[in-house]
Design a protein around this ligand. Sequence first.
Ligand code: ATP
Length: 283
Amino acid sequence: MSEQPILQVQDLVVEFPGAGGTPFRAVSEVGFELHRGRTVGIVGESGCGKSTIARSIVRLQRPTSGRIVLDGTDITRLSERKLRPMRARIQMIFQDPYASLDPHLDAGDIVGEPLKLQGMKDSAQRRKAATDLLARVELPESAVDKRPDEFSGGQRQRIGIARALACKPDVLVCDEATSALDVSVQAQVIALLKDIQAESGVAFVVIAHNLGVVRELSDEVLVMRKGEVVEHGPAAQVLGDPAAEYTRQLRSAALDPTTITGRKPRYLLAAIGAGGIEEERTS
Ligand SMILES: Nc1ncnc2c1ncn2[C@@H]1O[C@H](COP(=O)(O)OP(=O)(O)OP(=O)(O)O)[C@@H](O)[C@H]1O
């Protein structure tokens, strides 16, 4: 691919203070490139550093070394003032849609907030734009006046996506964005994300324990273990015919989730295996 990558993660290292004064290396020299309209998935057992990478990309976490380059600009150490115009271009969707939505605001205000920050001063215009964005994520017109607690989990995640889209992002980081949802709702949100990508060319970084979700969305996959990349390649190859023994273990663990971590996962993986998404059974 000849065009400049929209996102480059180069030699990313993140260390936290560790026991006895020795730094704990949560992410070790991780690198990948992402082009417009493409998706990279990051998988690996709990604690391998996936969220730390995500947080570094959106500048919620300062890397110890390495670079995050957005559309050719190194944003790793930009001052807050210089970062401000770039911030909207990388958005993040979190696992818990409820915790990330202000319960006191209605959906129109939640989605309208980024529009206001972008300079859309007129409230009627903002309301209309928010209604259009909510329609884009397949929520009815009436949604604009409702507060988060009036929506289901899947609908709340749609509001989160609409809010992210309001920023017209180049990169959307989805950290376990569908894992709290029922299988059928998960499949619907994934279909929506794919549509949005096809339409807008937004690039995704998808983090999930669920290999089926990652395979469904990703062009490329990074397999992480203890902060390091153990395998990186096309999704179908890495998840279909892995080269690394660890990836094979991870695939088996998707079917028997207790084998890798030795403890129960926070949510059930059984319904979606490593192979792909199953439609909800209606019987
Ligand atoms: N702020 C922090 N201070 C100290 N250690 C941290 C901090 N954030 C993360 N860690 C540690 O860094 C490692 C990587 O954490 P991270 O959350 O990135 O893993 P993960 O792969 O996203 O895990 P999960 O799948 O459970 O969300 C873990 O050992 C974690 O305990």
